[in-house]
Design a protein. Structure first.
Length: 332
């Protein structure tokens, strides 16, 4: 054996000899540990927010559900009587009340019209922002943000003044145009005109969120795509329906869900503009109905039961909407 061969044999490790700890780590182990660390890393970043949300949402929802199963009236609040467990008795009383079902149907219809109107106005103005010059665009943005920043109670009071039968400028303008039927006309006396008045105010304070969000999404669409469609002779409506809307679908999902939540739980506008739900409660919605039961009648358990029902309805509507989008092949 030559000297070089012997030296190479001494350097080569013996067959079957184990390497020292830490010298080499199998690739499978490295990838497994890395994958486990990667799985937990997002949750570590989300942990502070989840803790805050748990304290602000989970515990109040738990208390709401707990009170809905108890007999909890002014007597129990003052300590005059002991709190007793009622089971589903509050829900049975609620579901057996015909007024509850009338209010629920009215709330669903009113919220649906508000959501559709808000999305239509917001999307239309978002498209308009892309077609006007800088100064009109800035003026429209400032006006919309002013409406968005106005507190609900302030905006509702202003709208009540605008449509006041005695001093409101809207009725005077309509009479000046020759519509004599609007002289001293009370918009809040009739059920449908009162709902329409509240609808205008809700859309007025809600469309800026949709407009700004959709406008930002439109600006992210490549201009070459829109210019090519326009050169091919596509109308503005067809460009929106076949190009913009599909590309903006994730954004539209967000604004739609937000609008459903906001418009379903409208309270301030109805309470202020119809003076607590209208004549004989004709403009009552579930939020106002729950307030009347809990604080006006001191039936806190029934008010909590209405709140639980509203929460379940919102969850059901949102899940159904997301499921329909998943069936259409949209990744969420």
């Amino acid at each position: 054996m030559s000297a070089g061969t012997a030296q190479h044999a001494r350097r080569a490790p013996a067959k079957g000899r184990r390497s020292r700890p830490g010298s080499t780590v199998p690739a499978g182990r490295r990838s497994g540990k890395g994958a486990r660390r990667g799985t937990w890393t997002p949750w570590l970043y989300l942990a502070p927010a989840l803790i805050v949300l748990g304290g602000l949402l989970v515990y109040p929802i738990y208390q709401l559900g707990l009170i809905s199963f108890l007999e909890y009236t002014q007597a129990q609040v003052s300590g005059g009587e002991a709190t007793t467990f009622q089971g589903f008795a509050n829900y049975a009383e609620l579901f057996g009340d015909g007024e509850f079902w009338n209010v629920t149907v009215a709330t669903l219809l009113f919220a649906a019209v508000c959501v559709v109107s808000t999305l239509a106005v917001g999307c239309a103005l978002a498209v308009l922002l892309t077609r006007v010059r800088a100064i009109p665009r800035l003026a429209l943005m400032l006006a919309a943000l002013g409406a968005w920043a106005t507190p609900a109670i302030t905006g509702s009071t202003v709208w009540v003044f605008l449509f006041d039968p005695d001093f409101g400028p809207v009725n005077r303008v309509l009479v000046w145009f020759g519509l004599s039927g609007f002289e001293d006309y009370s918009w809040t006396y009739d059920r449908y005109s009162a709902f329409a008045l509240v609808l205008f105010e809700v859309v007025w304070c809600s469309f800026p969120f949709v407009m700004v969000t959709v406008y930002a999404g439109i600006r992210a669409i490549p201009t070459e795509v829109l210019e090519a469609a326009a050169l091919d002779g596509a109308s503005a409506w067809r460009i929106w329906r076949t190009i913009m809307a599909p590309m903006l679908r994730p954004i539209l999902v967000v604004v739609t869900i937000q609008s459903i939540i906001w418009d379903f739980k409208v309270f301030t506008q109805i309470y202020v503009m119809t003076n607590g739900g209208g004549i004989a409660g004709q403009n009552m919605v579930l939020n106002v109905y729950a307030y009347q039961k809990a604080f006006a009648s001191s039936q806190y358990s029934l008010g909590s039961a209405i709140g639980v029902v509203m929460l379940l309805i919102l969850l059901a509507v949102t899940l159904v909407y997301l499921r329909l989008l998943r069936r259409q092949g949209e990744e969420l």
